[in-house]
Design a protein around this ligand. Structure first.
Ligand code: ZN
Ligand code: ZN
Length: 149
């Protein structure tokens, strides 16, 4: 029996929901490839392309925080409902430090007021090398995460 477009859509929707759930379950920033592996290990067979697309959708919908690792690969983390935060991320071990960015939010609000724009969105990405990594090794003596490539 041929697979209809509706069935394909339904499967895609289900797979994307599974990716979203996997991201929720993953406490740390994760790349599409890593999430794909994590899902595979727990018996969730979803194509890597689907994982990439689902993560992009989550990013666009404002449901994921995104940073880039040392080689420019995007790392994703689920953004808790209604919580808007910015982080300083270590490019080596991915340790993250939530930032007090009230001054940024106030500035954005002022821009919105003065321009009359609606649905204004912003992203703010800060990355660096944490003190643990700077002093050799990762935090708590754990070796830094090795990025592929
Ligand atoms: Zn670090
Ligand atoms: Zn913000």
């Amino acid at each position: 029996m041929a697979v209809t477009a509706t069935e394909t859509n339904r499967r895609t929707t289900r797979q994307r929901a599974a990716v979203a759930q996997a991201l929720v379950d993953h406490a740390e920033f994760v790349s599409a490839q890593e999430l794909h592996e994590v899902m595979g290990r727990s018996g969730n067979r979803v194509g890597l392309t689907t994982v990439y697309r689902a993560l992009q959708d989550l990013e666009r919908a404002g449901r994921a925080d995104v940073v880039r690792d040392t080689v420019g690969e995007k790392l994703y983390r689920c953004r808790p409902e209604a919580e808007h935060r910015h982080y300083l991320i270590c490019r080596r071990c991915r340790r993250d430090e939530p930032l007090d960015t009230g001054v940024v939010e106030e500035w954005v609000a002022a821009v919105v007021r003065s321009t009359g724009f609606t649905e204004v969105e912003h992203t703010l990405e800060l990355t660096g090398i944490c003190d643990g990594c700077r002093n050799g090794g990762g935090p708590d003596g754990v070796a830094p995460v090795r990025f592929p490539g």
